[in-house]
Design a protein around this ligand. Structure first.
Ligand SMILES: *[C@@H]1O[C@H](CO)[C@@H](O)[C@H](O)[C@H]1NC(C)=O
Ligand SMILES: *[C@@H]1O[C@H](CO)[C@@H](O)[C@H](O)[C@H]1NC(C)=O
Ligand SMILES: *[C@@H]1O[C@H](CO)[C@@H](O)[C@H](O)[C@H]1NC(C)=O
Ligand SMILES: *[C@@H]1O[C@H](CO)[C@@H](O)[C@H](O)[C@H]1NC(C)=O
Length: 484
């Protein structure tokens, strides 16, 4: 399953050649992280030169994603059971046909097979047919494309550029244009095939969690006054989001996702809050955010920071990080919707002790919860944005997070998340300096808080570990389709 396509093989080869020919990689390899929300108010208007690596990575990813776009649910070669090509569809990954229930197989086309044969569950074995309706991959790419193109544009201080035009084109194609728009529902997400299937499952709600990235991109286009993001488009997108909010609050599968105690519940609320923020309903986002942090969240973290419901999964390192990314996204959205919220200090816990989001990231730093321990080194990178986000929010006075990231060998100061995951929101300048050793951070004046960005530029470079990290990121990218 980890076969290299010729193109992917070339990318790996090019990286190795690069590593030999050049002392440092210019940008990090594209990685689609689980989720995030970026408050546009926290992005500086100008970046220090030590941020160039991270910015270059954002730009490279914007361009890489653009080479695949635009995307639309109408482009898939199959249609949902409704017969409406505007309906989103994805198939549950571990289901396989067993046609013993079909008498005469002579005229059994693939189409009839998917309708008539029984499907059986084989845990962990992904049916490659799963990517035939690849709306889920298209949406992941769309959300990364919108976010990184909006960011790349924001670096330029222009009212319009190719990047903002790209971001707007992708949103129009996926959500708005009459020929290609997606109907605002997930009636056929992660659907089972066969006579007992043909309808979506609650697990499919996860497919659109990365709406938080799309909303981050749109808020940035709005705030910085992109002339490509017109009032008319804004109104159309808001209308789409309102329709989909209605679906998310009434469809049985959506309600089931909302009631889930584990990562499904976390990513459900992040998705709903992002949509509410998009339509200007900060009050609604606050209500749902508070409800999540007051109930579901409280049951998700044990004393000491482990997440029992994720730890019991087949890939515990992945699922723990996946849920943490959801918690961070929801917390950032709540803080955006209600700046008075003390969400980062909210504790989960029990008689045995109390934990915050920070505690559960601290748990991930322990060697006993490492990716290698559960044979998940291919997804070791998943923890990095979570660690950087916690350092950014809570500060890093002891240098714990910086030490962990340094020792990982991953060039985090060159990664896209470094643009927004630096100690800025809550940290003091001295904490920033600890996170970023070659800091040129200023004195902590108001101006420095909003415009100065620290970064290390320590040139982690193309060490062997960096190369392994980079290649692992590519491999992980291939695996992404199997996770959820
Ligand atoms: C099976 O289906 C084919 C194609 O429809 C048909 O030609 C054939 O007669 C069928 N055989 C039986 C035994 O029903
Ligand atoms: C999504 O992006 C990845 C990474 O660049 C690429 O391999 C894949 O073909 C893209 N898929 C779609 C549907 O755009
Ligand atoms: C951005 O552009 C405006 C208008 O062209 C200019 O006044 C301003 O100085 C620019 N800002 C930066 C950071 O370059
Ligand atoms: C946690 O609460 C304390 C006391 O109110 C506050 O100073 C601190 O900023 C809060 N931490 C975060 C990360 O919001």
């Amino acid at each position: 399953m980890l076969g290299c396509s010729p193109r992917q093989a070339r990318v790996v080869a090019a990286l190795l050649v690069c590593a030999i020919a050049h002392p440092a990689l210019a940008t990090n390899v594209f990685t689609s992280y689980a989720n995030d929300f970026i408050d546009p108010n926290l992005l500086p208007s100008q970046y220090g030169s030590n941020m160039k690596g991270a910015q270059d990575t954002v730009i490279a990813w914007a361009e890489e994603m653009s080479s695949h776009g635009p995307w639309s649910v109408t482009f898939k070669p199959v249609v949902a059971p409704s017969g409406d090509k505007h309906d989103y569809m994805s198939w549950a990954p571990y289901q396989w046909p067993d046609c013993s229930n079909v008498g005469n197989k002579t005229a059994l086309s693939k189409y009839l097979m998917r309708k008539q044969c029984n499907y059986v569950f084989r845990d962990g074995q992904v049916n490659p047919d799963r990517t035939i309706p690849n709306d889920f991959q298209s949406f992941y790419n769309l959300s990364d494309a919108v976010l990184h193109n909006a960011l790349a544009w924001s670096f330029q201080n222009q009212s319009s550029s190719t990047y903002s035009q790209n971001a707007v084109k992708y949103i129009k194609t996926w959500f708005l244009d009459s020929d290609t728009r997606m109907n605002p529902n997930l009636n056929y997400a992660q659907m089972n095939l066969g006579p007992a299937g043909q309808k979506g499952e609650y697990t499919g709600i996860l497919d659109l969690r990365m709406l938080a990235k799309v909303v981050s991109g749109v808020l940035l286009l709005r705030k910085r006054g992109s002339t490509d993001w017109t009032g008319d488009l804004d109104a159309q997108f808001v209308a789409w989001c309102k329709d989909y909010i209605g679906w998310l609050q009434s469809a049985p599968t959506a309600k089931q996702a909302a009631a889930s105690n584990n990562n499904h519940g976390t990513h459900y609320v992040g998705q709903l809050m992002a949509l509410m923020v998009m339509v200007g309903d900060n009050k609604g986002a606050t209500t749902f955010g508070r409800k999540y942090f007051g109930t579901t969240f409280k049951g998700q973290i044990a004393a000491g920071g482990d997440q029992p419901m994720e730890a019991s999964r087949s890939r515990p390192f992945h699922y723990r990080n996946f849920n943490i990314a959801g918690m961070i996204t929801a917390a950032r959205l709540l803080k955006y919707a209600d700046p008075t919220s003390n969400v980062w200090n909210t504790t989960a816990g029990s008689a045995h002790g109390y934990a915050t989001i920070r505690t559960t990231v601290d748990f991930m730093l322990s060697p006993s919860s490492s990716a290698a321990r559960t044979k998940e080194s291919d997804v070791a990178f998943e923890v990095y944005p979570n660690v950087a986000a916690v350092a950014a929010v809570y500060g890093d006075p002891q240098g714990t997070y910086k030490r962990f990231l340094d020792q990982s060998g991953f060039s985090y100061t060159q990664d896209a998340f470094w643009v927004w995951d630096q100690p800025r929101e809550a940290g003091t300048r001295s904490e920033n300096a600890k996170m970023a050793p070659n800091s040129i951070a200023g004195s902590g004046s108001a101006a420095a808080q909003t415009t100065t960005v620290v970064g290390s530029g320590t040139g982690v470079g193309a060490t062997a570990a960096t190369m392994v990290g980079a290649i692992a990121a590519i491999v992980a990218r291939w695996l992404l389709m199997d996770w959820t």
